[in-house]
Design a protein around this ligand. Structure first.
Ligand code: RNT
Ligand code: ZN
Length: 414
């Protein structure tokens, strides 16, 4: 009997169907962020520096410098990731062919090559306006700026981006998540918190006025940014209030954007009571919003548990958001996506109905003992089976492919 067959029986004895888990995992698309491939650089070259209170640290050689390079690197990563996924783009990844346009004048044509790329590979696309790394960010403010010219520029950017998202959705025949994150905030204590928030509210109303089918609009809050430690305009409460009042806007939860004792895994069930969708940015904050590569850690597993046991796989839109410039960037993608999938598989291999009944019966001792038992069952064997069925290497053997690519392609980029 194969190892998988044995493990399948072991799980079956506990009431868990490994085939069902594998089939479910096969159907879960992860939105893979393009910006891991070039340290959030983009191609519009509006600014040489990454601004907005975020930072990619490290200087590993070989980062993608052109659309062709980024697409090739993404292909390499996809070839080592099981399943069919989505690509998450930022507006600064516009591709200009002799027709450079500023952020407020971007059009669907600037993303036509991305649409072709996705279509050829059967991928979906998600889209983000880029409200940072640009000279029109004034005093670290965009949509909440008191300077009307600045605010209007960024509102025009927002409107342009939603039209691009809608056109991508139409071209691919698949919904596009359009996510608004702005860096707006202050390094030091403000004299007025309400003014910036009311201006942000007004800007959002202007950007979101046009109705589109197949664009899933969301807003991403944050607690602080580097150099913006004292005040963030788009806080959690601000966006939650905004989205709850509208019904057509969702709050995107990035698990690097809360106080260190808060957990996104704890927030998902609350939002499920009132929103039919919850978009996520799964990342790994190490002491701050550092966007380290996603590892198979407790919080990741608990996020996956919440999605799976609440039967919310179709409602929680999983996207990743990390940018590590200190290691091979293709490997970073592969590790992060595969870990997200592993966490989901672990969750799919638990008999949650049984455990829920134990909780409801007040059987807390047995519940603890049983939940601990599932942590050490041989789910890695099911993961290997999943990789094999998808014709991708298992954990111990994909790195050599990336290292060969590094030697033959990445290190030649000088
Ligand atoms: C920043 C937000 C935002 C960005 C990307 C590049 O703190 O997490 O989502 O990381 O849009
Ligand atoms: Zn994010």
């Amino acid at each position: 009997m194969s190892m998988y067959a044995q493990v399948k029986e072991r799980y079956a004895a506990l009431g868990v169907d490994t085939e069902k888990a594998i089939a479910a995992l096969q159907g879960i698309p992860i939105s893979i962020h393009c910006w891991q491939g070039d340290d959030v650089g983009g191609f519009d070259r509006a600014s040489d520096d990454l601004t907005g209170g975020i930072q990619a640290t490290g200087n590993y050689p070989g980062k993608a410098r052109t659309p062709v390079e980024l697409m090739a690197d993404f292909d390499k990563a996809l070839s080592l990731i099981p399943g069919k996924h989505r690509i998450n783009l930022h507006a600064c990844y516009a591709i200009f062919e002799g027709d450079k346009a500023d952020r407020d004048a971007l059009t669907p044509a600037h993303f036509a090559r991305w649409v072709d790329y996705a279509r050829e590979r059967g991928l979906g696309i998600d889209f983000n306006p880029t409200y940072f790394s640009h000279p029109a960010v004034k005093d670290n403010l965009t949509l909440s700026s008191p300077d009307e010219e600045t605010r209007a520029f960024w509102v025009r950017h927002g409107i342009a981006c939603r039209r691009i998202a809608a056109s991508i959705a139409e071209a691919l025949g698949k919904p596009v998540v359009h996510n608004i994150w702005i860096p707006d905030g202050f390094k030091d204590v403000p004299a007025d918190r309400l003014g910036p928030r009311l201006r942000l509210q007004k800007s959002l109303d202007e950007i979101l006025a046009e109705k589109f089918e197949n664009v899933i609009d969301c807003v991403e809050s944050k607690v602080f940014g580097i150099g913006l430690e004292s005040f963030t305009v788009g806080s959690s409460e601000f966006y939650l209030t905004y989205a709850a009042g509208r019904k057509d806007v969702y709050v995107l939860l990035d698990n690097g954007h809360y106080h260190p004792t808060e957990f996104v895994s704890e927030k998902i069930s609350s939002l499920l009571t009132g929103f039919d969708k919850i978009p996520l940015h799964v990342t790994r904050p190490v002491r701050w919003d550092s966007d380290h590569v996603v590892l198979l850690e407790d919080e990741l597993k608990e996020i996956a548990n919440e999605i799976v046991r609440n039967d919310a796989l179709a409602r929680v839109l999983i996207g990743l958001d990390f940018f590590d410039a200190s290691i091979n960037r293709v490997a970073a993608w592969v590790v992060g996506v595969r870990n997200m999938q592993k966490a989901l598989l672990g969750a799919l291999l638990c008999p949650w109905d049984k455990l829920r009944h134990m909780q409801d019966a007040g059987n807390f001792t047995a519940l603890m003992v049983e939940m601990e038992m599932y942590k050490t069952l041989p789910f890695g064997v099911v993961w290997e089976e999943f990789c094999a069925r998808n014709n991708v290497p298992d954990d111990g053997s994909w790195l050599k492919t990336v290292l060969a690519y590094e030697r033959d392609v990445l290190l030649k980029r000088v």
